[in-house]
Write a protein that binds this ligand. Structure first.
Ligand code: ATP
Length: 352
């Protein structure tokens, strides 16, 4: 089911929780709303569910405008971070509840409950109560309960945030697998960048009630539209710079650490103030024809599969760097050649 949000705005008193948000979620997509606390993700999800009314804008499922349609007539399944299971009912009864309310007959109900429990791999605990399950299992019951009614749209609000790190990783894979099996259009709210990068078909990065960028995980990570997106979806080093001689295709940016060659700078004017950004893993140790620096090791942390560095560049600027599969030992206060390829450098306007 395609979801279309058109110009959605919502205020709470003086606070603009959402400002003219427009988004299209394709049929069968696993779509993430990602952003820091308070950016309006949950409000947008609640508007799609019908629990909150927008001040302006429209919600469409396919060709149907849902403004004014109550939540129980939208055919959505919802999963919250706190599971919200009935403690006095068994797993099977919890899952069956939505079908009972909808008047399904016993045989059909049992068949659908069994199918939903199979989907989340919990057939063996159908007769237990929620208190006899782990957090991860309880959240899978909540998923089965949402899936059993065959929703057109599945809405997940931070479903993994109550789980410990190991279970979170396990359930990430589980939800992705269930989505690949059911293909239900899913809107998933989180503030965890790794969760969205590893699971999403596409991500909308939100900030202060607005959408800053929509794209596939790789596109958002490697081509962030704003400095905020670059920082929120991963780590980034930033150097203030000035555009210096913008020629076709490439340009040079002057920074306190030296000149950098960059790509895709056509949107900038000569002498314009910019932020030059590159990710820690884009810093490579070794010699190159372009963007070569001498770096002093200010801090080094060995983590087995990788080594983390804080490096000092000429001009006193410190940056972070990562070495995957570290072999070479680089002690504090030693100097090493490093470089950053032009294609890995981001540029954003800087107002002085
Ligand atoms: P979190 O990750 O912390 O849940 P969020 O991105 O989901 O954050 P929302 O819950 O949508 O953000 O809230 C957006 C803003 O609207 C916040 O500043 C919040 O305090 C405010 N807000 C949300 N619901 C209400 C309400 N019912 N009454 C007043 N203010 C609200």
């Amino acid at each position: 089911m395609r979801i279309s949000l058109r110009g959605i705005s919502k205020r709470f008193g003086n606070l603009k929780a959402l400002e003219c948000v427009s988004l299209d979620v394709a049929d069968r997509e696993l779509f993430f709303l990602l952003g820091p606390s308070g950016c309006g993700k949950t409000t947008l999800l609640r508007i799609v569910a019908g629990f909150t009314q927008p001040d302006a804008g429209e919600v469409w499922f396919g060709d149907r405008c849902l403004n004014g349609v109550p939540p129980h007539k939208r055919n959505t399944g919802m999963v919250f971070q706190n599971y919200a299971l009935w403690p006095h009912m068994t797993v099977a009864e919890n899952v069956a509840y939505g079908l009972e309310v909808r008047g399904f007959k016993r045989d059909e109900r049992d068949r659908l409950v069994n199918e939903a429990l199979q989907t989340v791999r919990l057939e063996s605990v159908a007769d237990r109560r929620p208190s006899e399950l782990s957090g991860g299992q309880q959240q899978r019951v909540a998923l089965a309960r949402a899936l059993v009614i065959r929703p057109d749209v599945l809405l997940l609000d931070e479903p993994l945030s109550n789980l410990d790190a190991r279970l979170r990783l396990e359930l990430r894979e589980e939800i992705r697998r269930i989505h690949d099996q059911t293909h239900i259009t899913t809107l998933y709210v989180t503030h965890e960048q790794k969760e969205s990068l590893s699971m999403a078909d596409r991500i909308a990065v939100m900030r202060s009630g607005m959408v800053e960028q929509v794209g596939a995980p790789r596109a958002v990570y490697s081509k962030p539209a704003t400095r905020f997106v670059a920082d929120f979806i991963g780590e980034c080093n930033w150097l203030p710079g000035t555009i210096n001689a913008n020629a076709a295709g490439t340009c040079l940016v002057a920074t306190d650490s030296g000149q950098l060659e960059v790509h895709d700078a056509a949107r900038f004017n000569d002498r314009q103030s910019v932020w030059v950004g590159f990710r820690p893993e884009a810093v490579q140790f070794g010699v190159s024809q372009v963007n070569q620096f001498r770096a002093r090791v200010a801090q080094v942390t060995y983590l087995g599969e990788l080594e983390q560095y804080v490096l000092e560049l000429p001009g006193g600027i410190t940056i972070k760097a990562l070495d995957a599969n570290p072999v070479e030992v680089r002690a504090r206060n030693t100097e090493w050649p490093v470089y950053v390829l032009p294609r890995n450098v981001f540029l954003f306007p800087r107002s002085d």
